[in-house]
Ligand binder design. Structure first.
Ligand code: SF4
Length: 336
C-alpha cells in the first residue's frame, strides 16, 4: 500500500521510482493535498539541482509549411489545413531572429523547422547563425528525424544539441514510426549533440500508464532536461473536438511527477506552455518563441500564443524562482 509520506521519503533518498509508483502519483486528484506535496517536493528538487537558477530557452522557426508527417496535434500538419501559404526565412532573417533572442537574454537559442525542410538549407543557416552568435551561446536544433551521418553534419555545423521527443501515441496520432524517433535520438547523441526532450503533448485521453512510461523513457535518455507539455487545441481538429485539453493544474501535477521520476543528473525540467503554477510546481525551464509555432494558428506566434523572454522572466519571478544569466547550464553541464 503506497502512501504519500513513503513517496516523499523515497524522493528525499533520491531512490528511483517504479512505473506503478508514478502511476499512483498520476492517479491522485491534481487538487489533492498529496498532489500539492508532490509539487512542493518537485520544486525543491529543481531549485536545488539548478542552484535556484531557472532557464529560459527561446526558439524561432525557419519555416512554416504544410507538413506531410501529419501529427494531428500540430498546426503545420497538412491534414489540419490551418495554413494555406508557406513561409521560409532568409539566412539574414534567421540571423536577425537568433541575435534578437540572444540579446533578450535567452539561455539557449533554438532553430526549428518542419520535418520536410531541406537539411542542406538548414545547415547553411545554422552555420551563419553560429557565426553571428557569441561563441558561448548555446545553439540547439529542433528539426526532423535524421540518420547518423546527418546528425554528425548538424553537430559539425555548430549546434550544441537538439530538441527531440518521442511523442505520446507516436505512430498513431502522427505519421512517424516510434522507432524512427528513438533511432534519431540515438544518432544525435552519438554525434555529440546534447538531447533535450519532454513528455508531450499530453491530452485528457492519455492514460496514467502511458504518461508514466514516457517519463521513464525520457529519464533513460540522459537528456539535459525533460518535463511535461500539454497539447494545445488547434480549432477544428479531431483531437480538439474529441478530447480538448488538460488544465494547467493537471499539467503542473505531471511536471512535478516528471521531476520525481527523473534521475537527479537530469537538471532541467520544463513546463510547456509557460505558466506560473508549472514553475511553482518544479519547472525550471520555460520557453519563448517567435515566428511559426506548431501550437498556434497565427503565423507569427509573438502575435498569438508565444511568450517573449521577458514574459517568461516575469512568470519565474511571479513563482518566486531565480533566473540564470548567461549560457544554459542544463546543456553545458551535460557531458557529451
Ligand atoms: S510536429 Fe513536426 S513532424 Fe509533426 S506535423 Fe508538425 S512539423 Fe510535421
Amino acid at each position: 500500500m503506497l502512501s504519500i509520506d513513503d513517496i516523499l521519503q523515497q524522493s528525499r533518498n533520491a531512490e528511483p521510482f517504479a512505473r506503478e509508483q508514478l502511476v499512483w502519483m498520476l492517479e491522485l486528484s491534481p487538487d489533492s493535498e498529496a498532489s500539492y506535496r508532490i509539487m512542493a517536493e518537485a520544486r525543491e528538487i529543481s531549485r536545488r539541482l539548478s542552484g535556484d537558477r531557472a532557464e529560459i530557452h527561446a526558439q524561432f522557426a525557419m519555416n512554416l509549411n504544410a507538413c506531410p508527417k501529419n501529427c494531428e496535434f500540430c498546426s503545420f500538419a497538412a491534414i489540419n489545413k490551418i495554413f494555406n501559404t508557406g513561409i521560409e526565412l532568409s539566412i539574414e532573417q534567421a540571423v536577425e531572429n537568433a541575435l534578437l533572442l540572444e540579446r533578450a537574454g535567452a539561455n539557449a537559442v533554438y532553430v526549428m523547422t518542419t520535418a520536410s525542410f531541406g537539411l542542406d538549407a538548414f545547415l547553411e543557416t545554422g552555420r551563419s547563425v553560429r557565426e553571428a552568435l557569441r561563441p558561448e551561446t548555446i545553439l540547439i536544433a529542433n528539426t526532423g528525424d535524421q540518420t547518423p551521418a546527418n546528425a554528425r553534419r548538424i553537430q559539425e555545423a555548430g549546434f550544441n544539441g537538439v530538441y527531440h521527443a518521442l511523442r505520446l501515441r507516436e505512430g498513431i496520432d502522427t505519421g512517424i514510426p516510434p522507432q524512427q524517433r528513438l533511432d534519431s535520438m540515438r544518432a544525435f547523441k552519438n554525434a555529440g549533440l546534447i538531447l533535450g526532450t519532454c513528455v508531450e503533448p499530453i491530452g485528457p485521453e492519455h492514460s496514467n500508464e502511458e504518461i508514466a512510461d514516457l517519463i521513464l523513457l525520457t529519464g533513460s535518455l540522459e537528456p539535459a532536461y525533460s518535463g511535461a507539455g500539454r497539447r494545445i487545441s488547434i480549432p477544428g481538429t479531431r483531437l480538439a473536438q474529441t478530447f480538448g485539453m488538460i488544465s494547467e493544474l493537471r499539467l503542473a501535477q505531471i511536471v512535478a511527477i516528471t521531476r520525481l521520476g527523473l534521475p537527479r543528473n537530469v537538471i532541467g525540467n520544463c513546463t510547456h506552455e509557460p505558466c506560473v503554477i508549472g514553475a511553482a510546481a518544479g519547472a525550471n525551464l520555460l520557453w519563448a518563441e517567435i515566428g511559426a509555432n506548431p501550437r498556434d494558428t497565427m503565423a507569427r506566434t509573438e502575435d498569438g500564443r508565444g511568450c517573449t523572454v521577458n514574459a517568461c522572466r516575469n512568470i519565474f519571478s511571479e513563482a518566486g524562482c531565480g533566473i540564470l544569466e548567461g549560457p544554459s547550464r542544463f546543456f553545458s553541464s551535460r557531458k557529451k
